[in-house]
Design a protein around this ligand. Sequence first.
Ligand code: ZN
Ligand code: ZN
Length: 261
Amino acid sequence: MIYASYHNHTPLCRHATGSPEEYVEEAIRGGLKIFGFSDHTPYLYDGDYYPYGVKMLPQEIEQYVDTVLTLKQKYASDITIHLGLEMEYYPKFFDRLLEFLAPYPLEYFLLAQHNLGNDMLPDGTPDVSSFTPTTDEKQLIRYVDQCIEAMNTGKFIYFAHPDVFHFTGPDEVYQEHMRRLCIAAKKIDLPLEINLQGVTEDRFYPNPLFWSLASEIGNKVVLGADAHRTSRVIDLPAIKKAEEMAARLHLQLLTDIEDRF
Ligand SMILES: [Zn+2]
Ligand SMILES: [Zn+2]
C-alpha cells in the first residue's frame, strides 16, 4: 500500500476532471498521509505559441497556488499536502519560467519531458512529441541528452515517466541510450517514477526494458498516480501491478520522498 503520492493534477491543465478538494478527500479516504499536487506548469514562450489544453495559463498560477494552499490548511489535521508542479525542461524558456515562479511557495518540481527541444520550433510549430512512435535513433538521443541536462539543473525532486519516449526501433539501441539516462539519474540520486496512469491505461510505458535497466543501474524508484480524475487518486489494481513489477525486477521502491523537501 502506498501512503504518499506526489503526481496529481487539477482541471487547470484542461485535460483533468474533478475538483482539487475531491482529490484530497479521495486521498484521505484511500489512506494517504501525504498528497502532492503537481499540475502541468504554465510556460512563458515567445510569440503566440501556447499548448492550450495541456498546461495551465501563466495567469492561472495564482489561482492554482491559492487553491492548493487553502486545501493544505483546511485538511492539515488529516493529510500533508504539498504544492508542486510537473514541468518539462525547455532550455530556452527554463530560466524565464523559474524567475516567473520564484515568488510562489512551490515546494517541488517533477521533471516530465513530454516534448523535445523548446516545445516549439523556431517557426512556432510544435517540436517532436515524446509520445509519437519513432524508430529514429537521433530523436531518442535528443530525448536522453535533454533529460540528462534537465536532471543536472538540480531543480527536480523526481523524474516522472522517464520512459515516455516512444522508441520503436531495436531494443539494443533503446537500452544503449536509456542506460545513459539511468546512470545520470543514479549519479545525482534522482528517483525515477513508474507511472500508474500508463499501467492502468495499458500504454507503452512503463516499458519493462527501461525498468530492467533501472534495476541493473540501481536507480531509486517511486510510484506516481498521475491522477487526472478522482478515481485515479488511489488506483489499487494499478498499484498492485506496479508493485509486482518492482518486486519482480528487484527495483528499489521508495515509500515516500519526504526527506528530499
Ligand atoms: Zn496531464
Ligand atoms: Zn502528470
